[in-house]
Design a protein around this ligand. Sequence first.
Ligand code: UT7
Length: 346
Amino acid sequence: MSAVPATPRGRAAVIAGVGGYVPPNVVTNDDLAARLDTSDEWIRSRTGIAARNVVSPGTATSDLAVEAGRRALESAGVAEAGAVVLATTTPDRPCPATAPEVASRLGLGGAAAFDIASVCSGFLYALAVGAGLIATGVAERVLVVGADAFTTIIDPQDRGTAVIFADGAGAVVLRAGEPTEAGVVGTVVLGSDGARSDLIEVPGGGSRHRSSHAATGDGADLGDPYFRMRGRETYRHAVERMTSASRQAAAAAGWDVSRDVDRFAAHQANARILAAVADRLGVRPQRRLSNIEQVGNTGAASVPLLLAEATAAGALTAGHRLLLTAFGGGLAWGATALVWPDVKAG
Ligand code: UT7
C-alpha cells in the first residue's frame, strides 16, 4: 500500500492584507436614550461607547462581510483565495452557511467556504482554522472574515444589550509563507467553558426550542428569539479569560507582556473590561488599541475591524509586536501573538 502524500511541510500562514467596514447609519447614545431608560452619561461611563453603526432593514451580515472582504483582498493586492472562513453569530439565515455566498459575491466561487460560530471570539477561532487550512494544503490563500449584524438579534427594549452591541465587519487575507516572516500566525490559544453557556445565548430558534416556523407540536416552548447576556457575570469571566489567554499566547511567543508587547488589540467588549485586562497584563495605556468609543461591540468583527482601523490610522505599523485576544459566548476565548506585517488597510 502506498503512503498518502504528506501535507506541505513547514508552511506557515502569513497576514497579507486587512480591511474593515461599518454600515453608514450611526446611532448615538442620545438616540438610544430617546427610546430606552438610559442616558449618554451611563453608557459612556459604564461602557466607553459614544456611538455605533447599525445596519438598515434589508442589510445582512453577508453585505458587511463582502465589503470587508473586498477591502482585505485589495489590501493584499490579490483577487483570488482558495478558502473563505466567516466568523459570525448572525448568519444571513440558519442554513446554509453565509461564507459560500460571500465567496461567490467576491468572485471566489469554488472556494472552500464555511462559517464559525464562536460568538465574539469567532475571529480568533477563524484565524486558527484559516492557518490550519494553509498548513494542510487546502488553500494557498484564505480570506478570514469576522462579521456581525448584531443589532438584528438584539431585543430593542433590553437596555443591557442594546447599548453595547453594534454591526460591522473586518477581514484579513492569509497566504502561505515562511515561518520566519513578519505577519506569521503563530500559536493560537483557544478555549471554552460550555458549563456557562447560559451567560450569553439566543435561547430560541435552534433544536432545543424550535423556531415558530418549524413543526413544534402542541404546547412546544418556542423559546426567546433574542440575544441575552448576563452582563455582570460575563464581565468577570471576560476579564479573567482574556488576561490568562493573553499571558499564554505571549509566553508561547517568548514575550514578556509588559516589556515586549507594542500593541494590544482585545475584543472591544466594554472599555472597562479592556482597561482591566490591560492593567492586569501591565500593558501601558499608549500601547492599547481601541475603537469602541465610535463602533461599540461588533461581535466577531471587533478584532479585525480594530486591526483595519488602527492600520489605516497609522496606530499599528510594520514590526509592532501585537497581542490579540477575544472572549464571548460559549463561553469561548482566544489569544495570539504576532509581528504585524507591512500592509496597508484596504
Ligand atoms: O462581547 C461578548 C462579551 N460581553 C461582554 O464582555 C460584556 C460584559 N458586560 C458588560 O459590559 C457590563 O456588565 C454591562 C455594560 C452589560 C452592564 O454594566 P454593569 O456595570 O455591569 O452594570 P450592571 O449590569 O451591574 O447594572 C448596574 C445598574 C443596574 O441598576 P441597579 O440594579 O443597580 O439599580 C442596572 O439595572 O445599571 C442598570 N443598568 C442601566 N442603567 C442605565 C443596566 N443597563 C443600563 C443602561 N442604562 N443601559
